[in-house]
Design a protein around this ligand. Sequence first.
Ligand code: MG
Ligand code: MG
Length: 292
Amino acid sequence: MIVLKTPGELDLMDEANVIVHRVLNGIGERIGVGVTTRELDQWAETLIRDHGGVPAFLHYKGFPATLCTALNDVIVHGIPDGRPLENGDIIGFDCGVLYKGYYGDAARTYAVGEISDDARRLMGATRKALDLAVERVRPRGRLSDIGNAVQKHVEKNGFSIVRQFVGHGVGTSLHEEPQVPNFGRAGRGLRLKPGMVLAIEPMVNAGKKAVKVDADGWTARTKDGTLSAHFEYSVAVTPSGPRILGLSEILAGNPDWFGDQPIGAPRESRHVGQRNAGSQHAGTQYAARGYA
Ligand code: MG
Ligand code: MG
């Protein structure tokens, strides 16, 4: 079942996502050579609790941290640790917050120091794919238009789309229907309606799409060892188009964090202003996939 949210609920979800993006902005300010993801994780937990929120990933199906981190060839769901970040690393941070009964969920990939041109191109293409996907969010638009926009841009740039993890609806649960794949043919699937909220999150590999999961049961990497990037917004469908939740805080961030793609919403929306077998979602087209 897809749960539609009222405008008042969307405002609460905006508040939850403001906290998420405050965390991500703060990571952008703190990240650098020698910093550890464990330090950033502890800082993030404190900030979330100081804002009256609860870290949504901590203890989720046993996940041990506030942030999911994704260093270099890690795609999603890495566990923060004590390894100092090194010049040339790229690292994704995925953050979830429960606030006043609603979930916020977003992710960004950051550069540490000077990264390679290839890494920068990968990050830029992933960011741009997210913007193109958001532009497809409109009433009576099709769900598959979102994934199609991501896939077209990513493959045009010579990169590949992860199939094994998908985006998702979000609201009073972290993962709601529908699943939101980052691939597929346009013009199919359900029609978008005002009040739907979708976590759109392209996961893009520099090499092949295949995934392997570490012995910790969480950390998902590229099988071929190439780099991977991940960006995510929670996006509401409104009568006038997409509303990126937490946008006010996103726009407060530094655009330099995002390589060659400017941060923020596509022009037209500015005015609006695991592991999981998915068994509880049986009946949806992508029921066997995991959520990111
Ligand atoms: Mg996320
Ligand atoms: Mg998500």
